[in-house]
Design a binder for this molecule. Structure first.
Ligand code: UDX
Length: 444
């Protein structure tokens, strides 16, 4: 099939590569010339494991092209996939839909009557309907519009796109359903379940999934707050409840909580959407989910103060800047939020991250950045683990101990082999844990 992927961020670039790898002809479109130039040259403009190689592989098939705008060949397109961002609006909690709206306006002159337009971005329920009306105002026929949410995670984006747990197609007419089933035939052939729903349900599925995941993390972090108060251990609690198949052991890692370009903004947008529907009570718990999440970040600073007193001019090594490992994305990163709180408390924070330092330098030009863990830890009064990079779990506690001014570490992600660190003379404080009463290593 001929597919146009509009928007070439994490979602669009990965989708374009994956769909061409499974045999479709794909044009990726993004107005950012630098992004298009990089992709044409076989370089992904962000860090995503395996995607560079897959991009080059897809380009050698001749089935993947990139452009800054639609050109006459766009009239051959069967499926227009909208993969543009829906960031938080500047004026409130809701999603900003302007990129989706301009995508619709730009593609309209190239739309054939039997081509379909499919949204993939995370949106408030009812967006497909609104975009369809917008599109209808540009064309002389009734356009096809549907929603096909994407569940890919950064760090495993390509795998999640090629072999997702499920594909959700939100269609309101048989023609869109037929074309989407044809597009996903290579995935259906390897038994990936396809859940067919209407477009509104599809829009809701995505925010519901992300809200549930965020709630799971905040639930276990709430247990961490209580555990810390009474001297219990939330990591072991998570293991114990996780054996119950109804609960499951995934997404129950305690620490400084969730961040990134999706979960935080999606739970806020869902609250705004529910309020617009007069149903704020239905998801009012999401405000608490966010509160718990933000409290865990502040908890690190409270512990630092309990241990060190005034933080003015104390040197803190922040290990990690990315919102999670295997990405260079620092959007709404818990590690960076903790770093900012520590700055505000007067500390001198030095940041290390294996992949995200360029983004840190761009967004925080004045911040101290270290090239290695050792450089970050040298002379530190406190070390904080902010991102669960494997490199930190494997770090040499003795070597780092010889460099630090004060051997104090707050493990904000519960990844350190803490006994080794204790043997090397460190005082280890692990969020939500009670290492004294429960001297059990958690393997990562
Ligand atoms: C998320 C959804 O998982 C994905 O399905 C959707 O398409 C986009 O949003 P992503 O933003 O890549 O994906 O990150 P995710 O893996 O969900 O992690 C989100 C955050 O939660 C990270 O900051 C991570 O460190 C944190 N997290 C995750 C925890 O604190 N504890 C956990 O148990 C799991």
């Amino acid at each position: 099939m001929n597919i146009a992927v509009i928007g070439l961020g994490y979602l669009g670039a990965t989708t374009a590569v994956a769909l061409s790898l499974v045999g479709h002809d794909v044009i990726g479109i993004d107005p950012d010339q630098a992004k298009v130039d990089a992709l044409r040259a076989g370089r992904v403009p962000f860090f995503e494991p395996g995607l560079d190689e897959a991009l080059v592989e897809a380009q050698t098939t001749g089935r993947l092209r990139f452009q800054t705008e639609h050109i006459h060949t766009s009239v051959d397109v069967d499926v227009f996939l909208l993969c543009v961002g829906t960031p938080q609006s500047r004026t409130g909690l809701g999603a900003d839909l302007r990129y989706l709206e301009s995508s619709i306006d730009n593609l309209a002159p190239f739309l054939r009557a039997n081509a379909i337009v499919v949204g993939k971005s995370t949106v408030p329920v009812g967006t497909a309907e609104k975009l369809k009306s917008r599109l209808a105002a540009h064309v002389s026929f009734e356009p096809y519009m549907s929603w096909n949410p994407e569940f890919l995670r950064e760090g495993t984006a390509l795998k999640d796109t090629l072999t997702p747990d499920r594909i959700v197609i939100g269609v309101d007419d048989p023609h869109s359903e037929a074309l989407l089933r044809q597009m996903y035939e290579p995935m259906a052939a390897v038994n990936i379940p396809i859940v067919k729903v209407d477009s509104k349900t599809a829009e809701l599925v995505k925010v519901a999934a992300n809200s549930f995941l965020a709630t799971k993390i905040s639930f276990i972090n709430a247990m961490a707050e209580i555990s810390e108060q009474v001297g219990a251990d939330a990591v072991l609690l998570a293991e114990a409840i996780g054996y119950d198949e109804r609960i499951g052991n995934k997404f129950l890692k305690t620490g400084i909580g969730f961040g990134g370009g999706c979960l935080p903004k999606d739970i806020r947008a869902f609250q705004a959407c529910a309020a617009d529907l007069g149903l704020e009570q239905s998801v009012s718990f999401l405000a608490q989910v966010e509160d718990i999440n933000l409290r865990r970040r502040r908890r690190v600073v409270d512990i630092a103060r309990e241990e060190l007193g005034d933080l003015t001019n104390r040197r803190v090594a922040m290990l990690g800047a990315a919102f999670k490992p295997e990405t260079d994305d620092i959007r709404d990163s818990p590690a960076m939020a903790v770093a900012e709180l520590l700055w505000a408390a007067g500390a001198h924070v030095v940041i290390h991250d294996p992949k995200a330092v360029e983004n840190v330098r761009r967004m925080y030009p004045n911040v101290g950045v270290a090239e290695s863990v050792a450089e970050a830890v040298a002379g530190a009064d406190l070390v904080v683990v902010g991102t669960e990079w494997r490199e930190y779990a494997l770090a040499d506690a003795w070597q780092l101990g010889a460099l630090a001014k004060n051997k104090l570490v707050i493990d904000g992600r519960n990844i350190l082999p803490y006994r080794q660190w204790q043997e090397a003379g460190w005082k280890v404080i692990a969020l939500g844990r009670n290492l004294e009463h429960n001297p059990i290593e958690v393997l990562v």
